[in-house]
Ligand binder design. Structure first.
Ligand code: ARG
Ligand code: ZN
Length: 875
């Protein structure tokens, strides 16, 4: 058996023994191979501990070394040692020039790391450790260098040649041409990028706050040129916002974004040359839903914000990944909240956190925001590092207040511009700027797991004292048994009997309590009546909150809480309780009976025309099966599905008339625009339609089909499509799916939606349909977007079918993982997620899932990515 991959530990970090001041690269792109010539100016790091340390260069096994020379002297195999991913030179001068030539094969690179082909174009993905698939290098983020890159290729087929920075020279000879790019900002290799292809672009000028002119360019294949305006608008909004809110402006003369079809993740912030998954940049009314418009806006902003939080100040090592990702997610979330509905944005982010991140935090891959070890860093681009990391930054913002937080961020950028630093450096800057002691707060970075807050209260009318008792508990996680209390900001308000906020400390209606001990009691004086507490307003900390709310209190908060997030959350709590009640009835074989309190509450919200329709849509959306599963100790797949379906159908039956009324009243009035007002109307209208279609009545099906036929945009069409496709009207379902494919077969991203709609169809027989779709021309195992649309959607969302008691879904997924492990380890590893949750299911399913994990483990040579997740899941 091959040697098992070893873990890397944060505690073993050492400064680099050498530094690379300048990096000159020359790429000769050809059909059968690419030659990469590098010239590095290297010198010993004065801060290195040993003066005699060897030079260690990273190079992937796939690299063919053609030439290696020091100061012009050719080296041969006796001069270096190559083993695994390291090439070691035992003795090198204090300062020297290293020249290297490697041969690589982008056309057979299916891992989509390093240099690869997407469609017909060359592109790169170097974060985290992709640069070592291009050439031998010190591929670690604390080695920062000034890059000059020349790209040479066939002129007719690759008219556009791009790299980081500014173009400084170009030329042509005999049908080939070349362009040299210079990036003056020292950067780690993970921010390197190259693109070569037959691309077109749109361009807009931008003047920064200090008056510098920047050219903004977004590139895509010619057929997608008409889908770039929204990304451009988003970019400009993001640039302005970062100037206004953080005082940060752009620093190069050109900012480029390139859209590529084959991409492992969402997008990448390469200096001056972002590379984006098409799904995160292209947008047009006919092909893109409102949700996707918002996603494009958020991701464009995210990658732009990285120019400061990530590029100008980067990570010392990959354990610090949340330094840039947590901070940048917080920044993009605040940007989206500022230009759209703040409450709706918060609801969506918390929904993701509470379903997927909480699940990760209680599973075998649980890790702190700053992990202490990893086998494969690609596995740590997680909801914990990103989303929980952003919550940690948000808590700092809450504890310090906007003004001190801004002072802290100014200090952070000022102190560390041009450096590779740690999450602790970030906290130190916040500490220094605010004067607050954040010693205990730092535990959020090092302790894994989701804290539970158990709360209780009492009221003494005689003394007018209201007392709130809080106990925090942090569960054990892999490798972490002992946990210490966290510093938790708990925002709350107290409502009187009329629903008005009582005045709290200093007259405020929301107060932030700071929990620091395992058990604490907070006393509120001069509280005239027994209040209803509105706890954890705005979801002020990433915790599970337990407080014995009565259903009456939840209904009361739903209609009165001044905190929009908590109004919604009260509705969610009520719906969760009601559905859990139905699940219990189902398990006991009783007839299901929906609690009228939920119906009345929904009726009131549905009737309230003063509310933002987007909020109404959120409040009236039942908690997802995934969230109900996360809340369960042992997931009963059928009970969750049936109880939720029953609640939906009953609500539709009892509220049919008002649902229909609102559906009609919200009919589109003008031409499609993805603006807040229209987005809100469409979201509520489509929600109404989804309830109505749940009744399985021909009239409502006809309504959906009419919407499908007459609408002028993808948001309405896709909503109608999935409702009809998932309905019991099989003939109509088949017809609408066929029509949709015929209309959009040339639009890859739309076809991916078509795959996803079918993948999450809960009707029986899904696996057979998925297998058939894998043979369809629209599917391609090498394209991660297609794998996600079909396979991840089926296994992650279509619970009743994936978790079929036969175990066929598990075997199917294991087959795909074994296949993908060879093609694309990163994607293979992510496909594993549903199987890692085996402990949450009944004994029979546990056995079936474990058997598949073992089958994967025994299937032959596993990538580090897959090995790490499988072995930790079984361990
Ligand atoms: N830094 C990118 C972002 O904006 C993510 C890139 C991750 N890529 C990867 N292969 N793990 O979040
Ligand atoms: Zn990022």
């Amino acid at each position: 058996m091959a040697e098992q991959p070893q873990a890397i530990y944060l505690k073993d970090y050492q400064v680099p023994a050498y530094l690379i001041d300048t990096t000159e690269l020359r790429f000769e792109l050809a059909d059968d191979q690419t030659l990469v010539h590098s010239r590095l100016k290297v010198r010993r790091n004065p801060e290195a501990t040993s003066a005699q340390a060897p030079l260690e260069l990273h190079g992937h096994e796939s690299l063919e070394l053609c030439r290696l020379a020091i100061d012009g002297r050719e080296l041969d195999a006796a001069d270096y040692h190559r083993e695994g991913e390291l090439l070691t030179l035992a003795r090198v001068p204090e300062r020297f020039e290293l020249s290297c030539t490697t041969r690589i094969h982008p056309q057979t690179n299916t891992a989509l790391e390093g240099l690869y082909l997407s469609g017909g174009m060359y592109c790169t993905q170097c974060e985290a450790e992709g640069f070592r698939r291009i050439t031998f290098y010190m591929d670690r983020p604390d080695v920062m260098s000034v890059f000059t890159t020349t790209v040479e290729a066939d002129q007719a087929r690759f008219p556009v040649l791009l790299s980081n920075g500014n173009p400084v020279a170009s030329g042509e000879k005999e049908g080939r041409h070349w362009v040299t790019w210079e990036d003056p900002f020292p950067k780690p290799a993970y921010l390197f990028a190259l693109v070569a292809g037959d691309l077109q672009h749109i361009e807009r000028p931008y003047k920064t706050m200090s008056g510098r002119d920047v050219s903004l360019r977004i590139f895509a294949e010619p057929k997608d040129l008409d889908k770039l305006d929204h990304a451009m608008d988003s970019l400009i909004n993001a640039m302005r916002w970062d100037e206004e809110v953080y005082g940060r402006e752009y620093d190069l003369d050109i900012y480029m974004i390139v859209a590529v079809d084959f991409f492992n993740m969402g997008a990448m912030e390469n200096k001056g040359l972002n590379i984006f998954n098409t799904s995160c940049v292209l947008a047009s009314p006919q092909t893109t839903t409102d949700a996707a418009y918002l996603r494009v806006e958020g991701v464009v902003a995210h990658e732009y914000f990285h120019n400061w939080s990530g590029n100008r100040v980067t990570c010392r090592d990959w354990f610090q990944l949340s330094l840039k990702e947590g901070f940048t997610v917080f920044r993009d979330a605040e940007f989206s909240a500022d230009i759209n509905s703040r409450t709706v944005k918060r609801i969506e982010d918390v929904t993701l956190l509470r379903t997927a991140q909480f699940a990760e935090d209680s599973g075998p891959m649980a890790h702190p925001v700053r992990p202490a070890s990893y086998i494969e860093i690609s596995n740590f681009y997680t909801l914990t590092v990103y989303e929980k990391g952003a919550e940690v930054v948000r808590m700092l913002h809450t504890l310090l207040g906007a003004e001190l937080f801004r002072r802290g961020s100014d200090l952070y950028f000022e102190r560390h511009d041009g450096q590779a630093v740690t999450t602790d450096d970030f906290v130190c800057a916040m500490e220094a700027a605010s004067g607050r002691d954040l010693t205990q707060f730092r535990r959020w970075y090092s302790q894994a797991g989701t804290p539970t807050l158990r709360m209780a209260d009492d009221y003494d009318a005689a003394t007018q004292q209201y007392r709130l008792h809080v106990e925090q508990q942090l569960p054990q996680t892999p490798d972490q048994v002992e946990k210490l209390p966290l510093h938790i900001p708990l925002a709350l308000g107290l409502l009187d009997a009329s629903g008005a906020d009582l005045a709290l400390a200093e007259g405020a209606t929301t107060q932030v309590l700071e929990l620091t001990e395992q058990r604490q009691t907070f006393v509120f004086e001069q509280i005239p009546v027994h209040p209803v507490p509105s706890l954890l307003r705005g979801f002020s900390a990433p915790v599970r909150l337990q407080y014995p709310y009565s259903r009456d209190a939840l209904v009361f908060l739903m209609s009165h809480d001044s905190d929009g997030f908590n109004r919604w959350d009260a509705g969610q709590r009520l719906a969760v309780e009601v559905i859990q009640g139905l699940m219990a009835q189902y398990r006991q074989g009783e007839a299901l009976q929906l609690d009228g309190a939920l119906v009345d509450a929904y009726a009131a919200v549905l009737d309230d025309e003063s509310l933002d329709p987007a909020m109404v849509a959120k409040v009236l959306s039942l908690p997802s099966e995934a969230y109900l599963s996360e809340l369960a100790d042992c997931i009963d797949v059928e009970a969750i599905h049936l109880a939720r379906q029953f609640a939906r159908t009953e609500l539709a039956r009892l509220l049919e008339a008002p649902l229909q009324r609102r559906y009609e009243a919200l009919a589109p009035t003008g031409v499609y625009a993805p603006d807040a007002d229209q987005v809100a109307r469409r979201s509520l209208r489509n929600l109404c339609l989804s309830y109505l279609v749940a009744l399985e009545a021909p009239a409502h099906l006809a309504r959906a089909r009419a919407q499908y036929d007459s609408c002028d945009n993808m948001t309405e069409r896709q909503a109608a499509l999935s409702l009809i496709a998932h309905s019991g009207f099989e003939t109509d379902a088949a017809a609408v799916l066929e029509d949709f494919y015929q209309r959009y077969q040339s639009e890859t991203l739309v076809v991916n939606q078509w795959l996803a709609v079918q993948a999450c169809d809960p009707k029986p027989g899904a696996l057979t349909r998925i297998k058939a779709l894998m043979q369809h021309a629209a599917f391609d195992l090498r394209n991660p977007n297609k794998v996600r649309s079909l396979i991840s959607t089926f296994c992650g969302i279509n619970a009743v079918n994936f978790h079929d008691g036969s175990g066929a879904g598990y075997a199917f997924l294991a087959d795909r993982i074994i296949e993908m492990n060879r093609l694309n380890p990163q994607v293979a590893s992510r496909l594993l997620t549903p199987l890692t949750r085996w402990r949450k299911y009944d004994a029979a399913r546990q056995a079936l899932m474990q058997a598949q994990l073992r089958r994967i483990l025994d299937s032959g040579e596993l990538s580090r990515d897959v090995y790490e997740v499988v072995s930790k899941s079984l361990g």
